[in-house]
Design a protein around this ligand. Structure first.
Ligand SMILES: *[C@@H]1O[C@H](CO)[C@@H](O)[C@H](O)[C@H]1NC(C)=O
Ligand SMILES: *[C@@H]1O[C@H](CO)[C@@H](O)[C@H](O)[C@H]1NC(C)=O
Ligand SMILES: *[C@@H]1O[C@H](CO)[C@@H](O)[C@H](O)[C@H]1NC(C)=O
Ligand SMILES: *[C@@H]1O[C@H](CO)[C@@H](O)[C@H](O)[C@H]1NC(C)=O
Ligand SMILES: CC(=O)N[C@H]1CO[C@H](CO)[C@@H](O)[C@@H]1O
Length: 353
């Protein structure tokens, strides 16, 4: 009798896992070849070949790009080189990338930059916050940006047991930020986490005085950004293929407002400073990303979401490519009619809109 129960349970367990696996396969296999879309004058940015994972553009038109991410399960073309932060001036006719000099004061050899965010203080000093994964841990590094000569001066490492397995960050005040925790486990176990659809990942709020849960219930919380008026937080749930719109309260708590469902794996988000639209860097075909084949590479897709807070937000494609030009886009950021598109491990693209 006991054996029968055990067998039944085993059978049920296997059925659940099989069903979840099929769901997962559908989830990551967007089973969609992208039709090419190009907004106009686009070209590859010289000097970036090994990733442009996240992009932050300052109001002055200077852009920071994090490069060289080593992330479990993702390809890397430069697995033995430390990561870099590039600087690009979008006011130039033909912008070129320049790797920023980084001061001593932290372990540069294990620099593995992921999500980035900037903070400008009252004196117009620019600080760059970087989610770093030295030896696959998670820290937040704070740098001061010096314009002449362009360099990053390390100020501080924030390391806390709450700040584990971080993905992206959005700074909302001095040493105050929201961060996404994208998974709990490493490699093998994280597959079960996704298979069982645990939705354990979350957004947290961090400040030196207080740390708290911002919002939970994401399959895999990834990119994060805030609306122009600072009242809403937008979170990309990559495996659920959607964007969560969360309302911020005065004490930094977040409440779910709505979900914008898309048909693509949504990676990182930015807001168009001229219109307030969300720009989303997406992966149209997850399988090609997980099983990388240079002959049939993963493509790129950038979506624009207009009227985010309305009943019917409008979704349009800004850029799409099958990987022949740009592989595995993660993020897109605009600055007065100019568009920069970043990728996990590939190149970076500049377009005029
Ligand atoms: C993914 O989708 C494509 C196109 O529909 C299909 O040919 C392929 O078999 C799918 N792959 C998997 C692993 O399901
Ligand atoms: C990219 O990585 C390869 C392999 O490590 C290296 O040869 C190349 O110089 C790197 N390119 C850039 C622009 O850093
Ligand atoms: C909001 O945050 C406070 C702490 O700052 C917490 O005690 C409270 O439970 C939170 N409220 C909600 C609705 O999450
Ligand atoms: C991608 O598109 C280019 C041109 O649009 C085409 O030449 C190439 O064969 C396509 N590659 C794949 C793998 O479909
Ligand atoms: C800034 C940011 O969210 N970066 C993420 C963009 O998403 C890629 C892929 O999941 C992540 O690798 C980085 O997560």
């Amino acid at each position: 009798m006991g054996k029968l129960v055990a067998l039944t349970l085993l059978g049920l367990g296997l059925a659940v896992i099989t069903e979840r696996f099929l769901t997962l396969r559908d989830k990551v296999n967007a089973s969609r070849e992208v039709e090419p879309v190009e907004p106009g004058n686009c070209h590859i940015i010289e000097g970036i070949e090994n990733g442009s994972e996240d992009i932050e553009i300052l109001p002055s038109g200077l852009a920071f790009i994090s490069s060289g991410l080593k992330y479990p399960g993702m390809p890397s073309f430069a697995p033995d080189e430390p990561g870099k932060i590039f600087l690009i001036n979008l006011n130039e006719q033909n912008p070129r990338a320049q790797a920023l000099k980084i001061s001593d004061g932290f372990d540069k050899a294990s620099f593995n930059p992921h999500g980035i965010s900037t903070f400008i203080d009252k004196d117009q000093t620019v600080y760059l916050y970087v989610v770093n994964h030295p030896h696959m841990e998670s820290t937040v590094e704070i740098f001061k940006f010096e314009e002449q000569p362009p360099s990053l001066v390390h100020q501080k490492t924030i390391k806390h047991q709450v700040l584990k397995r971080l993905n992206d960050i959005v700074v909302v005040g001095p040493e105050q930020f929201y961060a996404t925790r994208d998974h709990y486990f490493t490699n093998f176990l994280s597959l079960f986490e996704i298979l069982l659809d645990l939705r354990w990942t979350y957004v947290l709020f961090y400040s030196p005085q207080e740390m708290k849960m911002g919002a939970r219930g994401f399959s895999s919380a990834n990119g994060i950004t805030v609306s122009q008026d600072n009242q809403y937080v937008y979170v990309a749930d990559v495996t659920a293929k959607n964007i969560h719109v969360l309302k911020r309260s005065d004490n930094w708590n977040l409440t779910h407002e709505k979900v914008i469902q898309l048909d693509t794996l949504v990676d990182n988000l930015t807001v168009d400073p001229d219109t307030g639209d969300i720009l989303a860097g997406c992966h149209p075909n997850g399988m090609k990303l997980l099983f990388y084949n240079p002959k049939d590479p993963p493509g790129s897709e950038v979506l624009r979401i207009q009227n985010v807070l309305s009943k019917n937000p409008r979704v349009s494609t800004v850029y799409a490519n099958n990987g022949s030009v740009l592989q595995a886009s993660t993020v897109a950021s605009v600055y007065h009619g100019k568009l920069l598109i970043g990728t996990i491990f590939h190149r970076a693209l500049y377009c005029e809109l």
